[in-house]
Design a binder for this molecule. Sequence first.
Ligand SMILES: *[C@@H]1O[C@H](CO)[C@@H](O)[C@H](O)[C@H]1NC(C)=O
Ligand SMILES: *[C@@H]1O[C@H](CO)[C@@H](O)[C@H](O)[C@H]1NC(C)=O
Ligand SMILES: *[C@@H]1O[C@H](CO)[C@@H](O)[C@H](O)[C@H]1NC(C)=O
Length: 223
Amino acid sequence: MLGLHFILLGFQALSTALTSHGVAFYDPTQSGGSMLDNAGGGGGEPLNVIISGLSSPAVLTDDGILHFAQAVGFSYECLGFHLGDPQSANLGDGNGWVNQTMELRQDYGDDEIGTCLETLVGGNHFRVYRQNGTAANSGALFLAVSQEEDLAEGHTIIPDGYNIGRDKLVANAVGVTSHEYTTYSTVAQNLTGLLAAGSVGVNHGIATDGMTVLLTVTIIDHS
Ligand SMILES: *[C@@H]1O[C@H](CO)[C@@H](O)[C@H](O)[C@H]1NC(C)=O
Ligand SMILES: *[C@@H]1O[C@H](CO)[C@@H](O)[C@H](O)[C@H]1NC(C)=O
Ligand SMILES: *[C@@H]1O[C@H](CO)[C@@H](O)[C@H](O)[C@H]1NC(C)=O
């Protein structure tokens, strides 16, 4: 039984490799982009997590990232309620500055109404940007992850909120997770040198350690 399972996993890994874009991501800063998004008001949020273009292709679609996010404790915003303007990012892929594709919030264990709680009490959230312009078409998703204050504090980012938000998301994501019928296996790799450590250009002047975590997410079961 176990042996057969591993053969099936191997086959799935092979078919995934054949249909993916073939590269984890392209460094936006090498082609006119930035690893800080544009939060308005002059600063930007660090793109501190990348979902690798070598992940299962089904993870990299809009529905796919939502389902994966739900497997690691996030969901869509409270009843479609949205606070604040969208931010934009330039991933150096030739598309220029593009608004976030979506914004997901910690769901406190309930896909439907949990994010309402996040909206009230604060918590982890992230914005999603897709690197798919023809100049750097990795299909990777760049995430700006941060831990927020509660609504009374105007949903600003907590001190050290970029590092904390990233580390919490990564801790939830690594290993085997599942949501409804889909099971994921996720591996993390720390990347330095993409973002500068410190607070230069960072929204709210919150310093970061400059690390971006690359997550490779593989669907290992879907039944
Ligand atoms: C990005 O969002 C802003 C604010 O909602 C909007 O005014 C603008 O048209 C959007 N840009 C694109 C290209 O959709
Ligand atoms: C690239 O990603 C954006 C944002 O998710 C999407 O709106 C657009 O359709 C994608 N372009 C292609 C060519 O797939
Ligand atoms: C990444 O860095 C963090 C903190 O610096 C560390 O705890 C973690 O083990 C590292 N992860 C990997 C995959 O090297």
